[in-house]
Ligand binder design. Sequence first.
Ligand code: FMN
Length: 293
Amino acid sequence: MPPILYMAPLHGITNRIFRKAWFKHFAGLDAAMAPFILGVPTSSASDTHYKDLVPVRGATVPLVPQILGNDAAHFVETAKVLATMGYDEVNWNLGCPYPMVTKKKRGAGLLPFPDLVAAFLERVCSALTVSVSVKLRLGLRDRRELLALVPVLNQFPLRRVVIHPRVGTQMYGGTVDLDGFEEASGALAHEVVYNGDIRDVPTFESLQKRFSRIDTWMLGRGAVADPFLPGLIKGGALPQQPAMVIRAFHDELYIDYREALDGQRHVLDKMKELWGYLGQSFADADDDLKHVR
Ligand SMILES: Cc1cc2nc3c(=O)[nH]c(=O)nc-3n(C[C@H](O)[C@H](O)[C@H](O)COP(=O)(O)O)c2cc1C
């Protein structure tokens, strides 16, 4: 069976416009998880709250929306709106590492509190008919936190558990903890998805060899830096003129951002951010990137 590959949620990057362009120009990803939206009471949701998630007519790639928050009632209200939009799975963000978020016991800030997670899932799972999945880290500070949480997670009918094997205090630095992933994924009763630092085909192949029971994988920064990577992982070949494909993707993104965003500054910031990733796939790009910036 070929691996199933998801686009990871990258807030500010893998938005609706990016996803549309990426899936038009590149191959290999089977589905995407959208960047988080906040769980909010329906009465206070503005028109723009669900904008990134409005279903695209003719879209063939499944999308899983994600909610960040620790208020079960708000999560339920938000998930119900998403269900009316046609989604059948909502993902709970238990991985966001930013102190502004974790200090409020949201994202990875909830990982050290199994009782709070249990109470939240109890309310959410009993109130919703859509499937609930979670995306999390090994802990906020220590991988033993997820191990302590596993018995709680195993009590609930989660659709899947996506593990990014870092702890929150690492943010995105340091290395992924593969022993920690092995331990936690072995203890979970659910389908587990691996996510983290898949940057090239050899890295993917060594992960696949080590974790042979995992059949779904999620790529974030790797698929932005090298959009051909998912296709190569699936056994495809590079196109004849890869740079031309990148250019077509790039130009479409630029035009769509110009239409959607207010002001050149925002468009420029988006494109510079993209180049920060794409540039990693060009040899000796430092000088050229300086010019771009
Ligand atoms: C800029 C940025 C934004 C992110 N936004 C989200 C998000 O909205 N929801 C989420 O669950 N993870 C988010 N993440 C984490 C990624 O989904 C992923 O777990 C992490 O980047 C590791 O995977 P990768 O090495 O394949 O990128 C974000 C990461 C980055 C770098």
